[in-house]
Design a protein around this ligand. Structure first.
Ligand code: HDD
Length: 714
């Protein structure tokens, strides 16, 4: 190639057109192998043998940078130009490949549940479910790999974690009978009774289409317009106004399959069942102020919490439990229509029977490959678990498959490593966008003789999924619903009246806030009219906050038997994984500092050392400085030393108002006084450091100092 162009007009001082010398690559280093428990599911051929298809589990091979075609590259920082100051050449294949791929890096976010976080885990069955279902993964001792994705519903992929919202709790069980997906929420009831209304409720909850605000919130006119007009949404809205919509952590959330499912055992007997996840750490929430602070200070609050807890070894655990009902033709239990997804069955009426435990054991290696590309579907079922005619569930059976086709770019999303079954796959689905399997044979049709009749059909005796032959009542085709679906208020009343006074106060504040953010008077009045049919006192208090008259009920308010199991206050729970700040400065006694840190570790909590500056304090690594510490990430604080930093005093004030345990060694007491904290208030532990730690751990079990919160003004 000619390097000098003889006819060029010389430009004084121009650099020589000789290409820059390429630097040697740094010492080759093999990419880190994935952790053993983070491997993608194995790739299986039709005969069941693991293949070595490229791209299965490890995306990077070799130590050198290559093109997508495997050609090694000497430079990826300079595009190919006609001279150092010349235009870029179209022939630069590497530039075009790199930019083109980048241009297409994003896929459409999920239309709902776009923001989420996930982890790998394992489920171990205790065998208690064997009498009601033949599902292999629920038989005694069965161990099954899982992948769980938690999510908010309304916000976009980059929105905050701590929005007031329902949370998704979707679990993929990689069973040897095929994938089973339990695609649930942290609230056991749903907004609507028929899937045909799903686009409506979601359009109402999403940001307004003109300005695309507000993001990830229900405190706006369209949401309350829909909910107040469409009273079947009142029960779910009530849960959303409660602390349930502000989980402290994904690790401290219940999960519900919501619908009633039909289970079948080996003998062909069936029962109806609701499926629950119960967190071993208890069900805990943020306060509304904490949630709002976290939204600004740490929008990744829940994502970080989950990943950090797993990384620190505080592995989250849930028991899987069933509520079992007789499979009667009426499909009701104690007067509750089991096909109505706006209704739940109180635990006092149908106790939860634990059938196994799931532990989340590792974080994803790559967010996009796993958390973003995982595809759940309530129709991914295994023998022993079948659907019912719940009209919401029936519509979901269509929607989830359909949505993956646009979200994941075609019908072959089951071949993406995170979605691959851990069972032999031998389907007759062929070709299509992103086909990565190399199918053999000539006869992907049934019956065939050319491939020896393969693949063969399997009846129930060979582990085939055979739908339960549930009776279908003879009827006429009509767009309607059963009369039992008409009760829209009684379960909202049941939920509200089951709460403790402090939880009820939070509900009143939440309605007042949300409706206070609406502009339309008519919407506020209509929602007050709905509240009047739920609980008159609730309605009166919200009306007062809005400065509106409280309407009278238009129906007889249900006479309910409260369900104490719905309360989040009043019990004690393990403190494992709880975050305890240790506030100290140079004046701290180093032996004491080490001792309290050890004691907090030993109790299973995660201590965070907060010092005036970063770096080290008495040989201990400092995790937060006065500048980076935030009250929202602490479940409790142990103050060993004084501070006059206004940011620390503000943090103390927030901790106090949010009902967090505060323990203070003698040297820290004056600081508490500076922050106007009453040392005699409930949940303030004093004494020497060792004594303060003991008291702190004891108080932490209740999650918050509820007595203090009850005393504080609203
Ligand atoms: Fe849904 C996602 C839970 C009703 C349509 N849904 C989605 C996710 C969860 C739920 C947890 C996120 C899964 C993930 O992490 O990838 N959805 C529920 C529950 C419902 C429910 C518990 C009621 C009991 N959903 C529902 C209806 C429809 C949908 C009635 C449509 C008719 N849901 C979808 C969807 C999504 C989805 C559009 C978006 C992304 C996806 O499916 O994979 O198909």
């Amino acid at each position: 190639m000619a390097s000098a162009r003889e006819n060029d007009i010389p430009i004084p001082g121009s650099p020589s057109p000789v290409p820059p010398t390429l630097e040697e690559p740094t010492a080759p280093r093999r990419p880190l192998p994935p952790k053993p428990d983070q491997d993608g599911p194995e790739v299986r051929t039709p005969t069941g043998a693991a293949t070595d298809l490229p791209g299965g589990t490890v995306a990077q091979q070799g130590a050198y940078l290559t093109t997508a075609q495997g050609a090694r590259l000497p430079d990826t920082d300079h595009s190919l130009k006609a001279g150092p100051r010349g235009p870029v050449l179209l022939q630069d294949h590497h530039l075009r490949e790199k930019i083109t791929h980048f241009d297409h890096e994003r896929i459409p976010e999920r239309v709902v549940h776009a923001r989420g976080a996930a982890a790998h885990g394992e489920f171990v069955a205790n065998g208690a479910a064997a009498s009601v279902t033949k599902a292999a993964f629920l038989q005694a001792g069965a161990r099954t790999r899982t992948f769980v994705r938690f999510s908010t519903v309304l916000g976009s992929r980059g929105s905050l974690d701590t929005a007031r919202d329902t949370r998704g709790f979707a679990t993929k069980f990689y069973t040897h009978e095929g994938v089973y997906d339990l695609v649930g929420n942290n609230i056991p009831v749903f907004f609507i009774q028929d899937a045909i209304k799903f686009p409506d409720i979601i359009h109402a909850g999403k940001p307004h289409p003109d300005r695309e605000i507000p993001q990830a919130q229900s405190a706006h006119d369209t949401f309350w317009d829909f909910v107040s007009l469409h009273t079947e949404a009142q029960a779910h809205a009530m849960w959303n106004m409660s602390d349930r919509a502000l989980p402290r952590s994904y690790r401290m959330m219940q999960g519900f399959g919501v619908h009633t499912f039909r289970l079948e055992n080996e003998a062909g007997e069936t029962v109806l069942a609701k499926i629950h996840w119960r967190p071993r750490l208890g069900t805990h929430s943020l306060t509304w102020e904490e949630a709002q602070l976290a939204g600004g200070k740490d929008p990744d609050f829940h994502r970080r919490d989950l990943a950090d807890a797993i990384e620190s070894g505080a592995l989250p655990e849930w028991d899987l439990a069933l509520q079992v009902f007789p499979d009667t033709p009426e499909e009701t239990f104690e007067g509750i229509d089991l096909l109505d997804p706006t209704k739940f069955v109180p635990e006092e009426l149908a106790p939860l029977q634990v059938v196994g435990t799931m532990t989340l054991t590792s974080n994803p290696s790559n967010f996009f490959a796993e958390t973003e590309q995982v595809a759940f579907h309530p129709g991914h079922l295994v023998p022993g678990i079948d659907v019912t005619n719940d009209p919401l569930l029936q519509g979901r059976l269509f929607s989830y498959l359909d949505t993956q086709i646009s979200r994941l770019g075609g019908p072959n999303f089951a071949q993406i490593p995170i979605n691959r079954p851990h069972a032999d796959v031998n389907d007759m689905l062929r070709d299509g966008m992103h086909q990565t399997a190399v199918h053999r044979g000539v006869a992907p049709y049934h019956p065939n003789s050319l491939d020896g009749g393969c693949p063969f059909l399997a009846g129930a005796d060979l582990g085939g999924f055979v739908e339960v032959p549930a009776a279908v009542a003879e009827s006429v085709k009509e767009r309607t619903k059963p009369a039992s679906f008409d009760d829209h208020f009684s379960q909202a009343t049941l939920f509200y009246r089951s709460l403790t006074p402090i939880e009820q106060r939070h509900v009143i504040e939440a309605y007042s806030f949300e409706l206070g953010k609406c502009y339309e008077q008519a919407i506020k009045e209509r929602q007050l009219a709905a509240l009047a049919n739920i609980d008159e006192d609730l309605c009166a208090q919200v009306a007062e906050a809005l400065g509106l008259p409280a309407p009278a009920p238009t129906v007889d308010i249900a006479d309910v038997e409260p369900s104490p199991a719905l309360r989040q206050v009043g019990e004690t729970w393990p403190v494992s994984g709880r975050v305890v700040g240790i506030l100290a400065d140079e004046s701290a006694d180093s032996a004491e500092l080490i001792a309290v840190r050890k004691a907090l570790h030993a109790a299973g909590t995660v201590p965070l050392l907060i010092a005036p500056h970063g770096g080290m304090l008495h040989g201990q690594p400092v995790q937060r400085s006065a500048q980076t510490a935030a009250s929202i990430e602490l479940d409790a604080l142990l103050a060993l030393g004084p501070s006059k930093d206004p940011r620390t005093l503000r943090m103390l004030d927030e901790l106090f108002r949010h009902g967090k345990v505060i323990a203070a060694a003698p040297a820290a007491s004056p600081m508490l006084e500076d922050a106007d904290i009453d040392l005699a208030a409930p949940g303030i532990a004093t004494g020497d450091a060792a004594e303060a730690v003991t008291q702190l751990l004891d108080l932490l079990g209740a999650h918050r100092v509820w007595q203090r919160m009850e005393l504080l003004p609203v």
